[in-house]
Design a protein. Structure first.
Length: 639
């Protein structure tokens, strides 16, 4: 029997009304619970006559009904696993894979928190303030925002202040300078996390938020996993420390999280435990952060979340109201205005993207008015792509641009009327770290001997300059044959060499023999044994446990006359590889293919390419590191 339409409509309306009543009832219950908690806490401090603590309590209570904590069987299972395995770092890392895709339930603090818990937290925060000789250097707003809060993320609640305080020596509070106190805390944290194993990117452990009792014992994780450890200890030590992050670097993939000692509204000192023991250091010198945001306890009514609401098509940080933009504390910045070439979505919001090695990713937002998108605190010297975005698509609204010193924009627009020749040697920029590994070979020697201890060894060749990330060939002129050949590393060289090959006059393949030399640092890197220098893999390398006296070589069993030595320094395998297939792309509102080529040498030449463009060299092989570049004065300029 067909149900009349009017009955269906009434049924849907009734169901909708019931759902509305349920939601309204839940909201009323939460408001009632909040009022009861507020009443008890405010009465407590009103009766004690402590107006400052009362003011601090009002700050905490301002958003207590929105705070959540983890719960459920999966979370309980993870905590049980943590307590069982944290002492065995390798077992812990392996076991985290079991929870990689686990779902964790959440419930509101307001459903379980007591007035006594909040009062205890406030009193202990003020006790720490009273203990600190540097208290006069902390303003009340910073105290409330970065010291007072009883939680940081959605970790399960516990009375953490006493245990954290027990991990801080009394000497720290005797510092008369805020910065010196933070330096002492950094040293404490560094000592505690000396053996911490950083796992990031695709190797991240994907753990749920942890309370201090577990964070202090955390043996491995990402920068984002370990940063809350610093936050809890800093709060116990009455230090206004915030967590800052960049959603994506400006010149490489992935983002980064660190902490910062907040000095005032406009300045702070970053630090990064356990990566560095020095305050002011938060990332490698040649890693450029794009936008930088800071977590706060209070909500930012000027945030993207408050302006546009929750958008599931945008990165998580744009849906978080508890963030402020502090990019100007890390960069020279400007407000920039981008004229829209198009706006098919008729959007009021625009976004800035950086390139993350594979795609454009959103790191900033701005408002559109009268055909112009305005962005605040945009760092100088970074390539950004302005876009609009919704559930279905992301559309460029202009060409990529670079911001100059005075806020002027230089758009990177391909010029089809003027062509250039590109001579390309790499697909990714050479970092200081990788370059330092290559330099370790300077002063290294290739030696030959008929004695296993290389007594009276003959020097065949000495490395006198950075060998770069390509294979180097040495032709040997000695007339005698030797049984033992080796690469003998210089001081501070750690024996580093990625590949080592020996050839006789008539051989086209490397000559094989028994591999000899210093045992590799297998405890730190299983792929860094002496055998790694002969495995044909340019990304594995011999690495000695000691900086000096490391060597690796071959026992051929009998004297052999070598004509050629071929070697490769420890490298990132991002140089052009002979035999590799590559494609040159350039940006013109999308990536356009210019040409594909197979490399026949250590460089690729593309002729009659549109000039003034943003380029990308794609490699059809293993590896994901590919970086955008411009081409100026015969050189690749990486962005």
């Amino acid at each position: 029997m067909k149900i009349p339409t009017y009955i269906l409509c009434l049924s849907y309306k009734l169901i909708g009304f019931c759902l509305f009543c349920i939601i309204l009832n839940i909201s009323c219950i939460k408001k009632s619970k909040k009022r009861n908690i507020e009443k008890a806490i405010i009465e407590h401090y009103s009766n004690s006559g402590d107006s400052l603590k009362k003011k601090a309590a009002l700050f905490l209570l301002s958003r207590i009904e929105k705070n959540k904590q983890l719960t459920g069987q999966n979370y309980n299972d993870f905590i049980q696993f943590f307590d069982t395995c944290y002492l065995n770092r390798d077992a812990f890392v392996l076991g985290c894979n079991y929870f990689r895709n686990a779902y964790y339930d959440l419930y509101y603090d307001i459903d379980s928190i007591s007035p006594e818990y909040i009062i205890s937290n406030i009193d202990k925060a003020f006790n720490a303030l009273e203990m600190a000789n540097y208290r006069d250097q902390i303003n009340f707003k910073s105290f409330c925002e970065y010291i007072l809060p009883y939680r940081f993320r959605s970790e399960v609640l516990e009375s953490w202040r006493d245990s954290a305080l027990a991990d801080i020596p009394e000497s720290l509070f005797r510092n008369v300078d805020l910065i010196m106190a933070c330096e002492e805390l950094c040293e404490i944290m560094l000592n505690n996390k000396m053996d911490f194993l950083l796992r990031f990117g695709g190797n991240s452990l994907n753990m749920p938020d942890l309370p201090y009792s577990r964070l202090k014992n955390l043996p491995a994780g990402s920068c984002d996993d370990v940063a809350p450890y610093s936050i809890f200890l800093a709060r116990a030590a009455c230090l206004p420390v915030a967590q800052d992050f960049t959603p994506n670097y400006a010149n490489r993939s992935s983002g980064h999280t660190w902490c910062a000692l907040v000095l005032d509204k406009n300045s702070s000192i970053p630090f990064n435990v356990p990566n560095s023991e020095n305050m002011g250091e938060y990332t490698l010198s040649d890693f450029i952060v794009s936008k930088v945001y800071r977590y706060t306890y209070s909500e930012n009514t000027e945030s993207h979340f408050f302006k546009r609401g929750f958008c599931n098509f945008l990165p998580y940080f744009l849906n978080n109201p508890n963030l402020i933009d502090v990019t100007d504390q890390y960069h020279q910045t400007n407000t920039v205005n981008v004229t829209l070439n198009n706006n098919p979505q008729k959007s009021s919001y625009a976004y800035l993207c950086v390139f993350d090695n594979q795609k454009w990713t959103v790191v900033d937002w701005g408002m559109i008015s009268d055909g112009v998108a305005s962005f605040k605190k945009v760092p100088q010297g970074v390539v950004f792509l302005p876009v609009i975005k919704d559930n279905f698509s992301m559309e460029p609204i202009n060409y990529p641009f670079i911001t100059g010193k005075n806020g002027e924009l230089t758009y990177v627009i391909p010029d089809y009327s003027e062509k250039v020749h590109l001579n390309l040697k790499r697909k990714y920029w050479l970092s200081n770290r990788i370059n330092s590994y290559m330099q370790r070979m300077i002063g290294g020697k290739f030696e030959a001997s008929n004695n296993i201890d290389f007594k009276n060894a003959v020097t065949l060749f000495e490395v006198t300059e950075n060998p770069g990330g390509i294979y180097n060939e040495i032709y040997i002129t000695t007339k005698e044959g030797y049984r033992y050949y080796r690469y003998n590393s210089p001081e501070e060289g750690y024996g580093n060499i990625a590949e080592l090959e020996f050839y006789t006059k008539n051989s086209t393949d490397p000559l094989r023999g028994k591999i000899i030399g210093t045992e590799g640092s297998w405890e730190n890197n299983p792929k860094s044994t002496k055998e790694a220098a002969f495995d044909g893999n340019p990304l594995t390398f011999f690495d000695s446990p000691w900086p000096d006296d490391g060597w690796v070589g071959v026992d051929f069993g009998k004297p052999v006359k070598i004509l050629k030595i071929r070697f490769l320094a420890r490298n990132d395998d991002n140089n052009v590889i002979p035999g590799g297939e590559y494609e040159l792309l350039y940006w013109d509102n999308r990536w356009k293919s210019f040409a594909k080529k197979t490399a026949v040498s250590d460089s690729l030449v593309f002729e009659n390419v549109p000039s003034n463009a943003l380029y990308l060299l794609h490699f059809y092989g293993e590896g994901t590191e590919e970086r955008i570049f411009t081409y100026e004065n015969g050189s690749q300029i990486w962005w």
